[in-house]
Design a protein around this ligand. Structure first.
Ligand SMILES: [Zn+2]
Length: 341
């Protein structure tokens, strides 16, 4: 657009209809964007937006005080023209879903549109964007697990170059959450705490290599970094304590085996894994899955096969049953590690 045209009169290439009867002039002053003109229809805007409807029907300023552009009424708004273009396109295209069903990056790509839908009170659009993001950051562990499964599958399918996003970038969700739903923040910060940052020499293990998602670390504030670090520390201590209390401390074997000693060995291993691993929820899930050939446990033979650590079947069962409740409590306690305030 820097081709010598007067940058104060740029018309949007698609959204400047010759029979439009209203011009929106959008420029984000803070971002120093171009000043883009959209010539659109009052009827389309009114159909979707209560704010525009009121603007066109309620008595306004006297005619000589109104702004005009190209012979029709106009209004100047301080909004990013790219967001405005996306927003208006959605209003004009009723048969195209505003967001693709498997779009992993809605909090980033649709945030500007969401703000416009909010500002101009286009409630159904707002609802679509918000529920898409809420669906990515569910309130239940079961749904969270399903999401991780979905991302793993998508990552395998997309194993290609250049890498595309296969799971939401948590950093972009922070600004969405701060504006619209702070209750998402604990899970978002948790997810950030599980991502390995090679750029700062992070050597923690991840179960999926390369790491499971891309994060726009450069958008993270220093306060957010502190929140993640502190939260992770508090969470580690919490998990250690969970394993230090019943039923592990006073393990009683229903048979006559020395299972309490073997359980102690398992606990040592659990502590080691908690410190070494990036994602406690996934690590805990794998602790109940130790008979499966997961590869990751093969280096410690007592984690795989026919109870090679000598724990009897009853105790092994009891052990496996005691892990999921800890995992569920961890998920439900995230807000105490990563406070939203
Ligand atoms: Zn036993």
């Amino acid at each position: 657009m820097g081709d010598g045209t007067d940058s104060s009169n740029l018309h949007h290439p698609e959204l400047y209809f010759h029979d439009g009867n209203f011009v929106i002039i959008a420029q984000d002053a803070a971002k120093k964007t171009d000043r883009i003109h959209f010539r659109v229809h009052q009827s389309i805007l009114s159909k979707h937006s209560q704010v525009f409807k009121d603007m066109f029907t309620l008595p306004g300023p006297p005619v000589d005080a109104q702004e005009f552009y190209d012979g029709v009424p106009s209004v100047e708004v301080n909004d990013d023209p790219q967001d405005m273009a996306k927003f208006l396109t959605i209003l004009y295209e009723p048969f195209t879903p505003p967001i693709a069903k498997d779009e992993p990056d809605a909090a980033f790509t649709m945030f500007g549109v969401l703000k416009l839908a909010d500002k101009f009170m286009v409630e159904p659009l707002k609802e679509i964007i918000m529920s898409h993001i809420h669906f990515d950051w569910p309130k239940s562990l079961k749904k969270w697990d399903q999401k991780q499964e979905e991302y793993r599958a998508r990552f395998k399918r997309q194993n290609q170059s250049p890498p595309r996003l296969w799971a939401p970038d948590p950093v972009s969700v922070i600004q969405f959450a701060r504006f619209y739903d702070p209750t998402l923040l604990p899970l978002v910060f948790y997810q950030l705490s599980t991502l390995r940052r090679e750029d700062i020499g992070d050597t923690r293990e991840v179960f999926c290599d390369p790491p499971r998602t891309i994060a726009r670390w450069n958008l993270l504030s220093p306060q957010d970094e502190i929140c993640i670090e502190r939260g992770r520390h508090a969470m580690m201590i919490w998990i250690m304590r969970e394993f230090d209390i019943r039923p592990f401390e006073i393990w009683v074997c229903p048979g006559t085996h020395d299972c309490h000693l073997r359980i102690k060995v398992r606990l040592v291993e659990v502590h080691r894994r908690i410190m070494r691993n990036a994602d406690p929820l996934e690590m805990l899930e794998r602790l109940t899955d130790i008979d499966e050939d997961e590869g990751d446990f093969n280096d410690n033979e007592y984690w795989s096969g026919e109870m090679p650590d000598g724990i009897c079947e009853d105790c092994d069962m009891k052990w496996k049953k005691s892990i999921p409740p800890i995992r569920a409590r961890l998920f439900n306690s995230l807000r105490s590690f990563f406070p939203t305030g």
